[in-house]
Design a protein around this ligand. Structure first.
Ligand code: SF4
Ligand code: SF4
Length: 112
């Protein structure tokens, strides 16, 4: 379901792991239980060194993500982006999103 011009930029430093994106995507696209359009994985917590912890969440779109083609064709945001309370997801042209990658660390850009 590639849409090569557009993608999702996720600033996972701010992802709380709430999974609202997962739920919104599943409801919008009627995705069966056990399958995902986007899935949030948890890393940690583990202690790398005294007072230095790894603990973060990483939302990952799957092959079932069509970048909310119907919504975006109407000028709406993808439903995962719309429902993210942390506002850490952004939809847009890959070339525009790519320029923001250098703003700060702990971001990923998905070209879908
Ligand atoms: S863009 Fe739409 S289809 Fe893709 S993960 Fe987000 S809600 Fe699901
Ligand atoms: S809705 Fe936003 S904060 Fe919540 S898990 Fe998804 S990306 Fe992270």
């Amino acid at each position: 379901m590639a849409n090569s011009e557009y993608g999702l930029l996720i600033d996972y430093h701010w992802c709380t792991g709430c999974k609202s994106c997962e739920m919104a995507c599943s409801v919008e696209h009627d995705i069966p239980i056990g399958q995902f359009g986007i899935r949030v994985d948890q890393f940690g917590p583990w202690e790398n060194a005294p007072d230095d912890w790894t603990y973060f969440f990483m939302p990952v779109p799957t092959d079932q993500c069509d970048l909310c083609a119907e919504r975006t064709a109407k000028g709406k945001k993808p439903t995962c982006v719309h429902h993210c309370q942390a506002a850490c997801m952004e939809y847009g042209k890959i070339e525009d999103l790519a320029k923001k990658l250098t703003d700060h660390p702990k971001q990923v850009l998905y070209a879908l």
